[in-house]
Design a protein around this ligand. Structure first.
Ligand code: NDP
Length: 240
């Protein structure tokens, strides 16, 4: 367990109704944070405030932040977790397949972080954590849209670091490898076994293993880490 932050802070996580986002919310609740999640449908875990938002819609993000600020106070930690895939080989990928994934994964993160930065600048404190993927830097056949969107998050975090670093704001990227979620459970057993062979750790990770790293980046202990890409991939992307 990471050291709990010394001050109870407010965190907002996008896409907190399932998968990694749900685990992130559970971890922050366990560490004593005031937790809000955005969801298009469903709910975050018990103990989290769930607000409706679609990351492709700036107005809905603005409304979600306003609701969270009124209920829990200024958002000091933001985790841009919402994401989607639409895999297709390059030659068959339509322009919409490309731009829709960029709009959700990269522009969506921009919209969320831009809204969050208002309060963070006022407070002269903020933790921005962007959930990327090992394939952002490793590349992945059939995922030019997804991997481009995830690589873009690195430039986003590093530019925020340069722009806002002197105002007490850090921005980092967490790059998970294969995580046990609905997405990976759907893979055929033979393919899962093949992937596991290529991962030095020889296994997929639990969402909690990602959540603990994210919570640590939000903690006071990680106050001098910014612009970093932290892999949580069992060594899969090593060296990229
Ligand atoms: P899931 O598919 O289980 O969940 C995705 C979440 O994002 C859902 O809450 C979904 O909401 C939300 N979301 C998607 N589009 C939008 C949108 N336009 N507006 C608001 N919310 C949206 O994914 P995971 O939990 O597996 O992944 C979470 C993050 O981690 C993603 O960014 C993913 O790319 C990344 N990641 C996952 C890995 C894995 O192995 N699972 C590996 C590496 C990275 P809704 O329920 O409404 O669809």
């Amino acid at each position: 367990m990471t050291t709990p932050t010394t001050t109870p802070r407010t965190v907002l996580i996008t896409g907190g109704n399932r998968g990694i986002g749900f685990s992130l919310a559970e971890e922050f609740i366990a560490q004593g944070y005031r937790v809000a999640v955005t969801a298009r449908s469903g709910e975050g875990p018990a103990g989290a405030l769930t607000v409706r938002a679609d990351v492709t819609d700036s107005a809905s993000i603005d409304a979600a932040f306003t609701e969270v600020e009124a209920a829990l106070g200024p958002v000091e930690v933001v985790v841009a977790n919402a994401g989607m895939t639409r895999d297709m080989l390059l030659l068959r990928m339509s322009e919409d397949d490309f731009t829709d994934v960029i709009d959700t994964n990269l522009t969506g993160a921009f919209r969320v972080v831009k809204r969050a930065s208002k309060g963070m600048l006022k407070a002269r404190f903020g933790r921005v954590i962007l959930i990327s993927s090992v394939v952002g830097l490793y590349g992945s056949a059939g995922q030019v849209n997804y991997s481009a969107s995830k690589a873009g998050l690195v430039g986003l975090a590093r530019s925020i670091t340069r722009e806002l670093g002197a105002r007490g704001i850090t921005a980092n990227v967490v790059a998970p490898g294969f995580i046990e979620t609905e997405m990976t459970a759907e893979l055929p057993d033979a393919l899962q076994a093949e992937y596991k062979k290529s991962i030095p750790a020889g296994r997929f990770a639990s969402p909690t293993e990602v959540a603990r790293v994210v919570a640590w980046l939000a903690s006071d202990d990680a106050g001098y880490i910014s612009g970093a890409v932290i892999p949580v991939d069992g060594g899969l992307g090593m060296g990229h």
